[in-house]
Write a protein that binds this ligand. Structure first.
Ligand code: NAD
Length: 501
């Protein structure tokens, strides 16, 4: 294997591309070939300081820029995203490994947040109460926080950052993005598109890096708020350290999403949907279905239908238009997933389809779709987030059993039910302790105008991303009580607590 990286991916700070003081780098793989394709510089605290400094310097002018001007720039940015979708999708496919059509899907879903942010004049409208007392009015409005930070995972290099920066910027903040070091290039193109859209230098900055950069952001006195999306242990860490430093923090963690299949469901439909949700993007989605909970008689036919579909998936390079599923992101990810498949078998689950058998030419990080039946809740393939193309089936007797099972899991990001029975669906939607719920919809990712966020160890902090929570997260409210008396002398002053008159 060659180790010669040909390209260096640098930070984007204050409108300039720079390596700053970084001397450390990390390899960026081409997961489809298993070869390094670039190196990305890893920020030192001085580089983080420079990025936060640029964002801090840009804040006074940007926060004073009229709301209609901010909306216009966001509108131009949204149009540039659309115009560059193909280019962005190919960048994602080449660094993440997912197939191009899937990459386009994440760009589209992210772009919808930019579209939502274009409505910021409407979203930020305050409230006004006339004459709350004699000659006194009261009104409330929301203002930006300052420098906001996004720390994002590898699995959606466009969509997850887009959950954050359009709303942060449209509400008048400046932003520093620390994307995943595994697929960093798309973020630099986003910085270029913002500049082309007319965003002033320093409003959107990108620092590449690892824990060193993240810790420097968490501790930086000029950072007001941190949005994080990634695995649960890191989310918990970010929430604790950022909060201890007095910052506003939202930290979205990992997932182990279950889908219940009731015996009355259309099993062909359910199997199609579960196959897409289990194996799309090689299972590397926070809203992937990892566990199918088959109730009663649904189990045998469901497993057979899932087997047929898993075996039919065409696995190949993400840039090959005939591929339906690409490789996983790194050699470490491949080893981890293969290790889990081995533990599943050792623990007694039935490997109906074993992805380790897959042979794809070219030496990429491929793992085939894997289907386990008879998964037990004590097995590591159940307790851990595998984050690969591994779908497990757990058999239970009743809907109540299925709901209790899901409610016992510490992850609570997304869940779904397949049924033709409205009453069962309603019981499920009300009793299930999970943040995002699908009814005959396997990946219920809320649209940009709703809020995305799980419960329990899938979200630390009280607010999810985008939608109404996103607007509130990036702003703080102010209430003004104003008196404009015609004649101040007419108004008597008392020492008692003020009441309306
Ligand atoms: P990760 O937690 O390894 O990394 C996320 C970010 O944290 C990256 O920018 C990374 O550089 C940084 N980081 C990693 N280790 C760190 C450390 N020790 N200290 C400080 N920072 C650190 O996650 P990942 O592997 O890139 O992404 C996959 C995970 O993200 C999965 O667990 C998935 O479920 C989760 N995810 C969750 C959602 C959601 O909405 N809840 C969405 C997408 C992904």
């Amino acid at each position: 294997m060659s180790t010669t990286a040909t390209r260096t991916i640098r930070h984007r700070i204050g409108g300039e591309e720079t390596s700053g003081s970084s001397s450390r780098t990390s390899v960026v793989w081409d997961p489809a070939t298993g070869q390094p394709q670039a190196e990305v510089v890893l920020a030192e605290p001085a580089d983080v300081d420079a990025a936060v400094g640029a964002a801090k310097a840009a804040f006074p002018a940007w926060s004073e820029t009229s709301i209609s001007r901010r909306a216009k720039i966001m509108f131009a940015f949204r149009n540039l995203l659309e115009a560059h979708t193909d280019e962005l999708a190919r960048i994602i496919a080449s660094e993440h490994g997912k197939v191009v059509e899937d990459a386009k899907g994440e760009i589209m879903r992210g772009m919808e947040v930019a579209e939502f942010a274009c409505g910021i004049p409407q979203l930020l409208k305050g409230e006004y109460s006339d004459q709350i007392s004699s000659d006194v009015d009261s009104f409330s409005f929301r203002q930006p926080l300052g420098v906001c930070v996004g720390i994002t995972p590898f699995n959606f290099p466009m969509m997850v950052p887009l959950w954050m920066h359009p709303l942060a910027i449209a509400t008048g903040n400046t932003f520093v993005l620390k994307p995943s070091e595994r697929d960093p290039s798309a973020s630099n193109l986003v910085a270029e598109l913002y500049a082309e859209a007319g965003l002033p230098d320093g409003v959107f900055n990108v620092v590449h890096g690892d824990k060193v950069a993240v810790d420097a952001l968490l501790d930086h006195p000029d950072v007001a708020a941190i949005s994080f999306v990634g695995s649960t242990p890191i989310a918990k860490y970010i929430h604790e350290r950022g909060s201890a430093n007095g910052k506003r923090v939202q930290a979205l963690g990992g997932a182990k999403n279950h889908a219940i299949v009731l015996p009355d469901a259309d099993l062909d439909f359910a199997a199609d949907q579960l196959t897409a949700a289990g194996f799309g993007s090689a299972g590397q989605r926070c809203m992937a279905i990892a566990i199918a909970v088959a109730v009663g008689d649904a189990a045998d036919p469901l497993v057979e239908k899932l087997r047929e579909r898993a075996e039919a998936i065409k696995v190949g390079p993400g840039l090959d238009p005939t591929s339906e599923m690409g490789p996983v992101v790194t050699p470490e990810a491949k080893d981890r997933i293969i290790g889990y498949i081995a533990t599943g078998q050792q623990a007694g689950a039935t490997a109906v389809v074993d992805g380790r058998d897959l042979d794809v030419e070219g030496g990429g990080f491929f793992v085939g779709p894997t289907l386990f039946d008879n998964v037990g809740t004590e097995m590591e393939i159940y307790t851990d987030e595998i984050f690969g193309p591994v779908l497990g089936v757990i058999r239970v007797e009743t809907l109540d059993d299925a709901i209790d099972l899901i409610n016992s899991n510490s992850y609570a990001n997304g869940t779904a039910i397949f049924t033709t029975n409205g009453s069962a669906a309603r019981i499920f939607q009300r009793r299930i302790e999970v943040g995002m719920v699908g009814i005959n919809v396997p990946i219920p990712v809320p649209m940009a105008f709703h809020t995305f966020g799980g419960w329990k160890s899938s979200l630390f902090g009280e607010r999810g991303v985008h939608g109404p929570d996103g607007v509130k997260f990036y702003t703080r409210g102010k209430v003004v009580t104003a008196r404009w008396p015609k004649d101040a002398a007419e108004q008597a002053v008392h020492l008692h607590f003020p009441t309306a008159n």
